[in-house]
Design a protein around this ligand. Structure first.
Ligand code: SF4
Length: 299
């Protein structure tokens, strides 16, 4: 582990490979309501979460996910040209990678993109699992329209260590949210895909933990078990003392009941709680101006 602003951040694995490339397009139109464009500084993600659906989107072998990253070296300069040419709109950073995975500490593609968007006065929504996000607090504070969030689908770090072992610990993410809120920023949590409660956490305790971290909104959905996500997760749970509890993650009836209780608890704490029900997304959940796809399960 490395320390960044007093927060532990996972160190690179020896076997992780990094490659650089150049791109011709930086912004992609995003189909999700409320988002105009997505900006992804990297292809691939060091965090390698078991449930990530990006391998499906990119049509790459799930076994390879989390073992490499491709750095889009010129993405910010391409973005600068696009902001002069395209209609202004909300940019979600990111939808298919984590913009603050450890390589960002060296390459600063996300930071340079934020500088571009700040100069152009475009609204942004940023979501990550990494407290490295705090490095860019100086930029966040200067945006006219910005939301910043952390993906925190469980408050039990043992569960996190099983399903997203290379992502930063939960405590660091909560501290990051607190620091962002203390700086006056609107913060949100991507509670997705929702983990079942473990270690005795109750919906009321989870809601209180987020409220006391200054969180204003939570977005959630249950796991989409298709395309190998469920099998990949079960493989990581095998032999763990949390196996029986965490397997409930793909029990839709159980998870819906838990999220109903969590929604009530959040509302009681003054935290907005929205969720995506896969069977009726349009009726159940109309995304607000900044609801990144990342908040629904993948950065
Ligand atoms: S869910 Fe997000 S942080 Fe996890 S591997 Fe996928 S892109 Fe990376």
């Amino acid at each position: 582990m490395d320390e960044i602003l007093g927060i532990s951040v996972a160190s690179p694995r020896d076997t992780f490979s990094i490659r650089e490339t150049t791109v011709r397009q930086a912004l992609r139109p995003d189909p999700l309501p409320g988002i105009d464009y997505s900006f992804n500084p990297y292809v691939g993600c060091y965090h390698g979460c078991a449930f990530c659906y990006v391998p499906r989107l990119l049509q790459i072998d799930r076994a390879e996910w989390g073992t490499s990253v491709v750095v889009k070296r010129n993405a910010a300069s391409v973005l600068a040209k696009e902001t002069k040419r395209l209609r202004k709109g909300l940019v979600a950073i990111s939808t298919a990678t984590d913009p603050y995975q450890f390589v960002e500490g060296k390459y600063r593609i996300t930071r340079h993109a934020l500088e571009v968007l700040l100069r152009a006065d475009w609204p942004v929504s940023v979501l990550s699992r990494s407290p490295l996000m705090l490095r860019d607090l100086d930029l966040f504070a200067r945006f006219r329209s910005i939301e910043v969030g952390m993906s925190i689908p469980t408050l039990d770090d043992r569960a996190r260590a099983l399903l997203e072992p290379w992502a930063p610990p939960i405590e660091g993410r909560l501290r990051c949210l607190r620091a962002l809120a203390d700086a006056g920023l609107t913060t949100f949590v991507g509670f997705a895909p929702a983990y079942p409660p473990t270690a005795g956490w109750t919906p009321a305790q989870i809601a209180e933990a987020f409220a006391s971290a200054g969180v204003r909104k939570i977005f959630s959905r249950v796991l989409d078990p298709r395309w190998g996500a469920r099998d990949a997760m079960l493989a990581r749970l095998a032999g763990s003392p949390l196996d029986r509890e965490l397997r409930l993650i793909s029990n839709v009836a159980y998870m819906n009941s838990f999220l109903d209780s969590l929604a009530d608890a959040c509302h009681a704490c003054g935290v907005d709680f929205r969720r995506w029900r896969d069977e009726s997304p349009r009726n159940e959940f109309t995304p607000q101006p900044a609801t990144p796809l990342m908040a629904l399960g993948a950065e």
